[in-house]
Ligand binder design. Structure first.
Ligand code: NAD
Length: 423
């Protein structure tokens, strides 16, 4: 994700409370013992730092930076860093826990972490952002490390910030240490296939779920909300599977064409139109209407809290594949379950991104770089296996795929914890 103004959140329900309520339900079904429950509810570490930065006008501004390590039971913690005025400790704690479950679902050997700096990157120059990022890397030098805690991009950070972070950390260590971050530029140890990884994983999850539901891709229709990295690449790859994409949307609104939208054309339009679909040649609909279209597959890939108790009853799709993090609230889950709509949950559906981040870290440590084809093949295999594991758990426990994903994740982390022991 690059520098874009965060869209207003509708805030009907707190997505993080939604997430924790699912954790509770899965823990109950799994019969998680109270000791493990208490350990997994609490982040292992939360660090707050003050970051003095010399601004372009010569004044010194002090920013607050956070890093939360939720769990390192399965391996070094992994998770992004966001730059936003909305960053606060409670949010970072919840996002860190989310990363623990996401890594465990796909079976990559990581725990979960998350970080952030309270700042408004749109009001800062490139030089100020560089000094801020380097100050953060220096202040967190004892937290970060290729075997300890590995940051990645998140909201309003991207390859440039990861390059500064890696460079500063390498200088402090006195040696080139590319594996300390992922999401780096390709010329600096980034992985082939990382840009497409999340959308590609969404497509693989959608295909696997369609197989279970008996939906024939070449006869199916699909709508995709959000047309950024995840939405546009999901739409492109889902279309290549034979589905007809009848609607897409971004912050400018929704675009509907029952005959099908040419996604390559829409991407080219967006790229030549300042990054927005505004003015795209199709019937205009709203971002609320796109969710309620009569399609087979719906991919919410914009932001959190889009399907809630207020609109869940109007959803007509047979399958929802969550490209975004937290697009469905816990109360909406109940309604979707009653309507027998299959939901491939975020911690599974969009885990292709963190999977390829793991491959980036592996390649950095090997010092040997894979072809794009190899990255895709291994990521597809990881996503398919994770889907089957979660599907089997949903059959075994008689739950939704979402609760099954949490069950699979919590079970793995709790077992690792039990083997390692508690002090
Ligand atoms: P992005 O910034 O590239 O794109 C976001 C898209 O959503 C844009 O098209 C934007 O116009 C649109 N949008 C913003 N507000 C909207 C609104 N109110 N209604 C409709 N559309 C709106 O971001 P991204 O990287 O594609 O991330 C999208 C979601 O996927 C986020 O929830 C993110 O956390 C999640 N995600 C991303 C990755 C990744 O690898 N990029 C991995 C896992 C999860």
């Amino acid at each position: 994700m690059s520098y874009k103004e965060p869209a207003p959140i509708k805030n009907q329900e707190n997505p993080f409370e939604s997430m924790m309520s699912r954790f509770d339900e899965a823990a109950r079904i799994l019969g998680l013992d109270k000791n493990s429950y208490n350990v997994l509810k609490s982040p292992a570490k939360a660090v707050i730092v003050s970051l003095p930065v010399i601004m372009d006008d010569g004044t010194v501004q002090v920013f607050e930076g956070y890093r939360v390590v939720h769990s390192q039971a399965m391996g070094p913690s992994k998770g992004g860093i966001r730059y936003s005025m909305d960053v606060h400790l409670d949010e970072v704690k919840a996002l860190a826990a989310w990363m623990t479950w996401k890594c465990a679902v796909v079976g990559i050997p990581y725990g979960g972490g998350k970080g952030g700096i309270k700042c408004d990157p749109r009001k800062m120059s490139k030089g100020e952002l560089e000094r801020l990022t380097r100050a953060y890397a220096g202040a967190m030098r004892d937290v970060f490390g290729p075997e300890k805690d590995i940051p990645a991009p998140d909201m309003n950070t991207g390859p440039q910030e990861m390059a500064w972070l890696m460079d500063e950390y390498s200088k402090i260590q006195g040696m080139y240490t590319p594996a300390v971050t992922t999401g780096k530029p390709l010329v600096l140890g980034g992985s082939s296939g990382r840009v497409e990884a999340t959308g590609r994983g969404v497509m693989v999850a959608a295909r696997a779920a369609m197989g279970k539901l008996g939906i024939n891709p070449s006869e199916a229709t699909c709508a995709v909300q959000g047309f950024g990295n995840v939405g546009s690449i999901s739409a492109k790859l889902i279309q290549l599977q034979g589905l007809k994409i009848v609607a897409i949307s971004d912050v400018s609104g929704g675009y509907y064409d029952p005959k099908g939208i040419d996604i390559e054309g829409a991407i080219a339009y967006r790229n030549s139109n300042g990054g927005t679909l505004e003015g795209f040649n199709a019937e205009r609909i709203t971002n609320e209407e796109i969710l309620e279209l009569d399609v087979d597959v719906l991919v919410p890939a914009a932001m959190e809290d889009q399907i809630t108790k207020h609109n869940a009853a109007n959803i007509k799709a047979k399958l929802i594949v969550e490209g975004a993090n937290g697009p469905t609230s816990a109360s909406a889950d109940l309604i979707l379950n009653e309507k027998n709509i299959m939901v491939v949950p975020d911690i599974l559906a969009n885990a292709g991104g963190v999977t390829v981040s793991y491959f980036e870290w592996v390649q950095n440590r090997l010092g040997y770089y894979w072809t794009e084809e190899r990255v895709h093949r291994r990521a597809d295999r990881t996503m398919k296996q994770a889907f089957e594991e979660v599907y089997a758990a949903s059959q075994k426990y008689g739950t939704s795929l979402r609760i099954a994903a949490y069950i699979v994740a919590i079970d793995k982390v709790a077992k690792a914890l039990a083997f390692r022991g508690v002090f």
